[in-house]
Design a protein. Structure first.
Length: 68
């Protein structure tokens, strides 16, 4: 399939799978960002009916997280 491992494997494993450390760090940063955004109820439940309102709220929530 052409997929590459991003998450490191356990040290117990016999065959160690190599992974990209830089991609893992970026992946972790994005996951933490989504976790913080989910604290906003409007984002988590997607109350906005129109597609033009949702990205605006995502930007607003991101700015509020960045300023905190």
């Amino acid at each position: 399939m052409g997929a590459e491992a991003v998450i490191p494997c356990d040290c117990i494993r016999r065959i160690i799978i190599m992974y990209d450390i830089r991609a893992y760090r970026l992946h972790n940063r994005i996951e933490r960002c989504f976790n913080r955004l989910k604290h906003f109820r409007r984002f988590a439940t997607r109350y906005d009916r129109r597609n033009i309102h949702f990205p605006g709220f995502v930007r607003l929530a991101s700015v509020m997280i960045w300023m905190a």
